[in-house]
Write a protein that binds this ligand. Sequence first.
Ligand SMILES: C[S@@+](CC[C@H](N)C(=O)[O-])C[C@H]1O[C@@H](n2cnc3c(N)ncnc32)[C@H](O)[C@@H]1O
Length: 222
Amino acid sequence: MAERGFPSGFFTRIDAEDDSVFYEPARLVTHIDDRAITAVGDLYAALGMEGEVLDLMSSWVSHFHQPPARLVALGMNSQELAANPQAAEWVVHDLNADPVLPFADASFDDVVCCVSVDYLTRPVEVFAEVGRVLRPGGRLVITFSNRCFPSKAIRGWLGTDDGGHVAIVAAYFERAGCFGEPVAQLRTPPGTAGDPLYAVWAATTVNGAGPAGNASSQGPSR
Ligand SMILES: C[S@@+](CC[C@H](N)C(=O)[O-])C[C@H]1O[C@@H](n2cnc3c(N)ncnc32)[C@H](O)[C@@H]1O
């Protein structure tokens, strides 16, 4: 299922079967190393994510050093989500089958999505939906490393490198049409051993007036 502006086949996958099949068994594991996990929590703390937060494509860990006031987790596996100690609420929802988020407009202060954006086949629709459920100026924070379940990642992601992944996520923000200029950073020390942790984030625009409250002054690191 292609989204406009991306090459033909960009959003196809090796395993085109319904996602509910692949995610049926619970995987109570971590998908990045401890240093990268710490880098995710450090970023959330630095951004002051303390209010009502949605963890999109979540599992049993959400990586906050201190849980926000209210954390809602959305993912594919009920056993994983029920085991998430930081989530006050959780919901099973397949974003590739239905990118419409099951939440009212302006429900959240911030939305996070960790090591999962590469599995979205309709990402621009999902990002636009995130814009709808965020309060004005709310942020969407996407983090990722350099590994994945290759059979479930989109071919466009598999066909490029870390810099290309940053550019893909930035393009999703731009095409969603409701975010300011994204910030992109490598959050782990460059050139060191271990999983790298990249972050791309942006805030929703307020009445189309441009970036609202994001940290664009830090500039992209790519
Ligand atoms: C690599 S795991 C990452 C889990 C968690 N965010 C973390 O940081 O450990 C990928 C996650 O994406 C979720 N996911 C994959 N496809 C999805 C879909 N179509 N809709 C919603 N969530 C999905 C799965 O439930 C799984 O928890």
